[in-house]
Design a protein around this ligand. Structure first.
Ligand code: F6R
Length: 522
């Protein structure tokens, strides 16, 4: 916590106060001295300034909130009022947990699940005064309000490692179960059926689809784009949220915007969604975290039901996003009349089989720790693929980068010869994703090109694909699940490859350096 100069006020803060320099100058001109350059210290000193004026911590906080700009989840304690503390939120996650004889604030439910499952989600502009046995809420107009209680329905063990060395490994292994819970409610009588889940999110005439997200969620969107375009024959673009919001996008009332986010709190994604809504678009959110900010902005929400994802690197968050997006593609195709009933049944059958296929993708590859040692510990690492394989390559390279700090890049295999092949030399590692059967010949040519320059090639291919066995140095085997579902089974061994590389390199796997689980600032 940051203390005010007089030691009376303590503040914890998640977010960024944008006008802190101006406020700092104001306080300095009033005789305040600072011991850090942080925006948070400015909040503690400003509360202290107003507390000196009015002698009431809540009133002082209200005055501060009228002056600060930016994003914040704040917890504020005043030494003269030890029986309670104050919380405030704007554009950063904050929830209240109700315990027995104790109450809590947290940015994420995983922090307090050991103590309580009874929570209220704070909204922008709201303030709460929390004592051991009572919580009083105020809205942005400073009027008292009542808040709804929500019960967190997952088990405490979901927030524990359960015998695994890392949360990431546990979450990788949990994927069959997570996929079952993501898909089961959307499969009925051998067909994909979202029932009333899409609510009012579909435009009357579907002109185009824009998928927006950041990081792994964006890469899930890249897979989803291919699935929706292929099944629905409507134009789909996948846009990074941080780019979309500043791109004066061609979005209107006939655009369906699909926003993907595990946390539902990613600042760039929220901002992109607000921008799209201001242009009249409908927004469908695909989210894991219940009660998160994105769920409140969207016209309808599809929960991925993956359970809490605690490791910073997304695994089950990503695969459940891809699975729900693919099921959504089938649902939209059915509504648009683009597919025959047998085609729809075949797709649904693939979705039913997906959790088992993911388990197989894990079981088929006990040699991954050894492959990680041979391919991932030194030199450059390139991931190549075409179509959905290329989209998966992007995610696989991101996994490797973020947890092992190894330099890994993904390329469309056909692009190699347009530049990147210049970087391939003796000993370069190339991971070639080869699940697109119709493009196998092309992938084999790419493998030969890089091998001719000295690269060693680790391929990912469906079981029994002899031509790949002959062309590559080593093969990670994945079960065949069908062109639209392969990405889900295919990424899982590559998540494990990154995990084992990071373990070998002694990295802090669950909390990689410089990264946060929810990126609540732009
Ligand atoms: C990668 C990763 C990040 C997130 C990104 C978006 O493993 O975790 O790239 O995918 O920050 O986060 P959400 O899905 O919470 O919006």
């Amino acid at each position: 916590p940051h203390l005010s100069g007089d030691g009376k006020i303590a503040v914890v803060h998640n977010g960024i106060i944008e006008n802190y320099v101006e406020l700092r100058d104001f306080l300095i001109s009033n005789g305040y001295k600072f011991i850090s350059d942080t925006d948070t210290e400015v909040v503690s000193q400003l509360v202290s300034f107003y507390y000196a004026e009015c002698g009431n911590a809540l009133e002082a906080v209200f005055r501060v909130l009228r002056r600060i700009e930016g994003a914040y989840a704040l917890g504020i304690l005043c030494v003269d009022e030890p029986e309670h503390f104050i919380a405030a939120r704007k554009d950063a996650p904050l929830l209240i947990g109700y315990g027995e004889g104790s109450n809590y604030i947290a940015s994420d439910v995983t922090a307090i699940i050991k103590h309580t499952r009874d929570v209220s989600y704070m909204e922008d502009g709201e303030v709460a005064v929390i004592s051991a046995d009572k919580v009083q809420f105020y809205n942005a107009m400073e009027q008292t309000i009542e808040k709804e209680h929500h019960t967190i329905d997952w088990d405490v063990s979901a927030a524990e490692k359960g015998g695994y060395a890392h949360f990431m490994l546990k979450e990788i292994m949990e994927q069959p179960r997570a996929l079952r819970s993501a898909l089961a409610p959307r499969l009925r009588d051998g067909l994909v059926d979202f029932g009333a889940e899409l609510g009012s999110a579909l435009p009357e005439r579907l002109g185009s689809v824009v998928i927006t997200a950041c990081g792994s969620a964006y890469y899930a969107g890249c897979v989803g784009k291919l699935a929706i375009e292929r099944l629905c024959r409507v134009p789909v673009t996948a846009e990074l949220a941080s780019e979309l919001r500043y791109s004066d996008p061609l979005i209107g009332e006939d655009t369906l915007v699909i926003a993907l986010s595990q946390s539902g709190e990613t600042a760039d994604t929220l901002a992109a969604v607000r921008e799209c809504r201001s242009r009249g678009a409908k927004v469908l959110a695909i989210v894991n975290a219940e009660g998160s900010s994105l769920t409140k902005l969207a016209d309808a929400v599809l929960y991925t039901r993956a359970g809490p994802e605690i490791a910073v690197a997304s695994t089950k968050g990503y695969t459940t996003q891809v699975a729900v997006l693919t099921a959504l593609a089938a649902e939209l195709a059915r509504r648009l009349g683009r597919l025959t009933e047998p085609e729809l049944r075949e797709l649904a059958a693939g979705l039913y089989r997906l959790p088992d296929a993911v388990q197989k993708a894990i079981d088929l590859n006990p040699g991954l720790p050894e492959l990680a040692r041979r391919y991932c510990l030194g030199g450059a690492l390139y991931y190549i693929g075409r179509g959905t394989d290329r989209a998966v390559a992007l995610e696989a390279a991101l996994k490797m980068k973020e947890i092992s700090y190894r330099h890994a890049e993904a390329y469309a295999a056909g692009e190699l010869k347009h530049g990147t092949i210049a970087l391939v030399e003796e000993g370069t590692s190339v991971v070639a994703l080869c699940c697109r059967t119709e493009l196998l010949g092309k992938m084999i040519s790419s493998i030969e090109e890089v091998k001719a320059r000295g690269a060693k090639v680790l391929a990912v291919a469906p079981a029994g694909e002899r031509r790949i066995l002959a062309a590559a140095d080593d093969v990670i085997t994945v079960p065949r699940t069908g062109p639209l579902l392969d990405p889900v089974a295919e990424i899982v061994p590559l998540q494990l490859l990154a995990y084992y590389a990071a373990r070998e390199l002694g990295c802090d796997i669950d909390k990689p350096k410089n990264l946060a689980k929810s990126v609540t600032v732009e």
